[in-house]
Design a protein around this ligand. Structure first.
Ligand code: SAM
Ligand code: SF4
Length: 351
């Protein structure tokens, strides 16, 4: 495919971009959403995400900020309209704001409808204002507990006050914040209602996520896994949950909690498969594109980027990736001492 100088986004919007050009998989799903991991490093060590002593990638394997920008541009030119920057912790990547600024420049006529990020909020005091000025409107903050000691046990770092200050800074800067919490058996299980009250009381939506079997960690996931069907039953015993007909093309199903007057999302990769409307792809910080969170199959975009004809090679690689996107994933956390469904950690693929 020939390199393009101008974004064909408007052609995608008008439906006249050919099927060959728009990123469409073999099941007819159009890919409009990219989750881009900019680093595998993190300043926390959440027990369900990483092992305590992680070996991080050597710098030469990680895409430069320029390469990340080129790659994002190739996706935008193929019809991607939303980019979520993630990691590892995206805000610990040096000079990450320069990438945010450049991608922010593609919002609007540049082809992008939304630029956003998922963060643990430890660095938000420093960056919230810049993010807002570069065009970010909404962010997801991952926070699993409001208890200082539990936070330290869970993340192996003492940082809750920094996280809460980060959330304050984001709201003060005018960013809309959504709180994501992984539901963990016996860890934050009893605290989830008060966290929901806290989030809704501050005007923040909240989403609960089931833990997924990604990467080797110290603990057995059977001990962590808390089905959201169970959480929902417990919440319904105390609150009225009204199902909302709200779909974002993503895996979450939403309910309104009448008593707290807020929206609660439920992401259930284990108890309920949500792949039918999948519109997303994930790219690691080494430029490997994973067509599905629950599969190991990938296509190397870094070799394309660093080769002689990067744009042509990139587009060819994206076409190959489309042919490989599987119909669905199938996670299972029922057997003790099982090997993870996929060996890579979430911090590698990006959440
Ligand atoms: N560091 C950032 C953060 O925590 O928001 C971004 C990356 S983190 C990998 C993205 C999301 O993945 C977080 O919400 C985290 O809770 C979630 N996550 C990590 N490992 C997970 C697992 N095994 N199962 C379910 N969610 C996981
Ligand atoms: Fe870091 Fe996010 Fe993984 Fe926690 S969930 S260890 S904050 S990458």
């Amino acid at each position: 495919m020939a390199p393009r100088s101008a974004s064909p986004y408007n052609k995608v919007a008008r439906g006249i971009l050919s099927d060959m050009t728009a990123l469409t998989d073999t099941f007819g799903r159009q890919i409009t959403y990219l989750r881009l991991s900019v680093t595998d490093r993190c300043d926390l060590r959440c027990a369900y995400c990483m092992s305590e002593h992680m070996t991080f990638l050597p710098k030469r394997d990680v895409l430069s900020l320029e390469e990340l920008e080129t790659l994002s541009g190739a996706f935008i030119d193929r019809g991607v309209r939303k980019i979520r920057i993630t990691g590892g912790e995206p805000l610990v990547r040096r000079d990450i704001m320069s990438l945010m600024e450049r991608l922010g420049g593609r919002l609007g006529d540049g082809g992008l409808d939304e630029l956003t990020l998922t963060t643990n909020a430890t660095q938000l005091v420093r960056f919230a204002g810049d993010l807002k000025s570069f065009g970010v409107r909404r962010i997801n903050v991952s926070l699993d507990t409001l208890d200082d000691e539990k936070f330290e046990r869970l993340t192996r770092r003492r940082a809750l006050s920094r996280v809460l200050a980060g959330i304050d800074a984001a709201q003060a800067a005018g960013l809309k914040v959504k709180i994501n919490a992984v539901a963990l058996k016996g860890v934050n299980q009893d605290e989830l209602p008060s966290m929901i009250e806290w989030a809704h009381g501050r005007g923040m939506d909240m989403t609960l996520i089931e833990v997924m079997p990604l990467g080797e960690i110290e603990e057995d996931r059977v001990d962590q896994y808390l089905p959201l069907t169970e959480v929902r039953d417990a919440l319904e015993a105390q609150w009225t949950l009204t199902p909302l007909d709200m779909r974002t093309g993503g895996p979450a199903r939403y309910v309104r909690v009448e008593e707290t007057d807020g929206t609660l999302g439920l992401i259930t990769p284990l108890t309920n498969n949500f792949c039918d409307g999948c519109n997303r792809m994930r790219v690691t910080c080494t430029g490997r594109i994973y067509m599905c969170l629950g599969h190991t199959d990938s296509v190397d975009l870094r070799a394309a980027l660093r080769g002689p004809q990067p744009m042509k090679a990139l587009n060819d690689a994206l076409d190959r990736a489309m042919l490989k996107k599987p119909e669905r994933h199938n996670f299972d956390i029922s057997t003790r001492n099982a090997t993870p469904a996929v060996p890579r950690h979430m911090s590698m693929t990006g959440g």
